[in-house]
Design a protein around this ligand. Structure first.
Ligand code: ATP
Ligand code: MG
Ligand code: FE
Length: 352
């Protein structure tokens, strides 16, 4: 099926067009620059930017893929989770498009979309089930057991406080690096020594593991970094930015990979899929690949351009739903800013 996907859950206006599992176009307009001076995404600014960016983004995606609106078999849209106002802009546009074209509409979960990005990788063999999935983004850090992308996703664990991406953004700010912090920390860490400082690994003690084997916590780590920097400054010493960045990144990556591989082992699943914007982190990809190989686990990493928010992953998920014969969504849905990852599609119509 030929599917156009609309993604507006945060600060990226993403329009993607896929045919089956083939990516035809992936247009992204970001309002990141407008938020940078506030040190984070401002919801009203994001919503207005989506409103302005949507139409040109759709035009560009159609032009790039050489298809017209009437060629489409379905329209897909992110219904949540995300910023309510931002989501509503995309939902409104998707409903208008689907109704005016007389095409089925699929309202899907943004987080599952991050996982679905994987199936667009032209070089990867078909996805096998079950697979453990590690989802690390700006707002979420979750370990999932995916038995089927379109029907059965189990939440094994998630962060108890900050998301990993959020931790990167906050620590970047502590170090005086600009927003978004992930890429900045990655860059600064390149010349640092990850072993220079030992920062804590959240929820990793034996006593924590009993209750929170697959859960994460990054706020203690952030506080530890803040305190370490403070002490340095109080002593009149310079803060070694590269070393702090490298040691912090190592702590995050270590706990993410350790817990993901524990889930693989416990469930007897030799497959690990990575998804979400933080997967852009070099060290995370390297350590995951290295330790997984030693553990006999195959790692799948979507193309980097599909790891951060985009419309193609939304179209890809809807395409899977169409191919597995699922009914489209009714128009009876709105933005759900806290949609759980287990809800793959919302407002699915009764089979007719
Ligand atoms: P969610 O998907 O949970 O709603 P989101 O859509 O805002 O959140 P993504 O766009 O998937 O999140 O990812 C953005 C996050 O990824 C930001 O926190 C950013 O700092 C982080 N990030 C981007 N590149 C890197 C990197 N190289 N290393 C670490 N983090 C990174
Ligand atoms: Mg974003
Ligand atoms: Fe996202």
């Amino acid at each position: 099926p030929l599917v156009l996907g609309i993604e507006t859950s945060c600060d990226e206006t993403g329009i993607g067009i896929v045919r089956g599992r083939t990516l035809l176009s992936n247009t992204i307009a970001s309002s990141m620059d407008e938020h940078a001076r506030y040190g984070g995404v401002v919801p009203e600014v994001a919503a207005r930017a989506h409103l302005e960016a949507l139409e040109p983004a759709i035009e560009a995606a159609l032009a790039e893929s050489g298809v017209t609106l009437t060629d489409l078999d379905a329209v897909a849209v992110t219904s949540g989770p995300g910023l309510a106002g931002a989501l509503m802009v995309g939902i409104g546009a998707a409903k208008a498009l689907a109704v005016s074209l007389g095409k089925p509409l699929y309202a899907v979960n943004h987080l599952v979309g991050h996982i679905a990005a994987d199936i667009l990788d032209p070089d990867a063999p078909p996805l096998e089930y079950p697979t453990v999935a590690l989802l690390v983004s700006g707002g979420h850090t979750s370990l999932l057991l995916v038995r089927d992308l379109t029907t059965d996703i189990e939440l094994l664990g998630e962060t108890m406080d900050d998301a990993a991406g959020e931790a990167f953004d906050k620590v970047a700010r502590l170090l005086g690096l600009p927003y978004p912090g992930g890429p900045e920390i990655d860059r600064a860490a390149a010349s640092g020594d990850p072993a220079a400082i030992r920062f804590p690994r959240g929820l990793s003690r034996a006593s924590d593991l009993a209750q929170h084997r697959y859960d994460f916590s990054f706020s203690g780590l952030k506080t530890a970094v803040a305190r370490w920097i403070e002490q340095r400054r109080a002593a009149g010493e310079e803060v070694p930015v590269a070393d702090v960045a490298a040691a912090f990144r190592e702590a995050v990556v270590d706990v993410l990979v350790t817990k993901a591989l524990a889930a693989c082992k416990d469930h007897g699943v030799p497959r690990l899929l990575l998804g979400g914007g933080v997967i852009a982190n070099r060290r995370l990809r390297d350590i995951a690949l290295e330790r997984a190989e030693a553990a006999g686990v195959t790692v799948r990493i979507p193309p980097l351009s599909l790891c951060t928010d985009n419309g193609a992953m939304i179209a890809a998920l809807a395409s899977e739903l169409v191919m597995s014969g699922r009914a489209p969504s009714t128009l009876e849905f709105g933005a759900d800013s806290t949609l759980p990852v287990t809800e793959i599609q919302v407002a699915e119509a009764e089979e007719v």
